[in-house]
Design a protein around this ligand. Structure first.
Ligand SMILES: Nc1ncnc2c1ncn2[C@@H]1O[C@H](COP(=O)(O)OP(=O)(O)O)[C@@H](O)[C@H]1O
Ligand SMILES: Cc1cn([C@H]2C[C@H](O)[C@@H](COP(=O)(O)O)O2)c(=O)[nH]c1=O
Length: 200
């Protein structure tokens, strides 16, 4: 448990592959802060991720909280709007952060300057094991990094990679015909360990 007294900003970044409970961790921490610390929480998610509806963040085990859908393109104008909207918030959270543009970094630093607690969850690696979005840059500013693991779909070891599968076959750099962004779940993705992840 991290105690933030509101006298300085505090950034937590939650990373890991799909199915590793990043959203679960984010929602749990937001609920605890809201319910037991009386903190005002504001959660954002990118409009592109429409798996669980528009106005909520939802984890696979069913934790849920209200959320604001915003464009994944974080423009200077959107940054100004969010900074105003968050004036009364103590904790500002972003889920699916891999989908946001680099403006998320500027927005996060702006929130931290305003002494907000900021919590960001997202995939650190894409389906080919490459850095995803601006999560890497956010990690450099983190006070706390929570590294989550799933269980490897093939062997049950701890998994840090996400394999994209089409018709049961891994998508790799060799047979690459896939876009970076493909919203999906178990029909298209598997958690894999270092041994079972196939990238080329
Ligand atoms: N291979 C797996 N390893 C671990 N959990 C899995 C796996 N596949 C499905 N799950 C389920 O997914 C849940 C995590 O969901 P969620 O919090 O939405 O994760 P994330 O945001 O990291 O994708 C786990 O608690 C578990 O119930
Ligand atoms: C690896 C990878 C994932 N995605 C998509 C698939 C899902 O819609 C989200 C991740 O959701 P989760 O909450 O972490 O389960 O990202 C993608 O578009 N491209 C990728 O390479």
């Amino acid at each position: 448990m991290i105690y933030n007294d509101g006298k300085a900003g505090f950034l937590t970044v939650i990373i890991g592959p799909m199915f590793s409970e990043k959203s679960g961790e984010l929602i749990k921490q937001c609920l605890l802060s809201q319910n037991y610390q009386n903190k005002t929480v504001r959660i954002y998610k990118p409009v592109i991720d429409d798996r669980y509806g528009e106005d909520e963040v939802v984890s696979r085990i069913g934790l849920r909280m209200p959320a604001h859908n915003i464009s994944q393109e974080i423009t200077p104008e959107l940054i100004r709007t969010i900074l105003v909207d968050c004036e009364t918030a103590d904790l500002v959270a972003f889920d699916e952060a891999q989908f946001f543009s680099e403006g998320l970094l500027e927005l996060t630093l702006g929130l931290l300057d305003r002494k907000k607690q900021v919590m960001i969850a997202g995939l650190n690696l894409d389906y080919l094991g490459r850095p995803f979005g601006c999560i890497g840059q956010l990690l450099l500013h983190a006070d706390e990094v929570i590294v989550k693991k799933a269980y490897c779909k093939c062997c049950g070891r701890p998994a840090m990679y996400t394999q994209r599968v089409i018709d049961g076959q891994p998508v790799t750099a060799r047979n690459l015909d896939s876009e970076l962004v493909l919203i999906g779940d178990q029909e298209s993705y598997e958690a894999r360990c270092r041994l079972c992840f196939v990238k080329d």
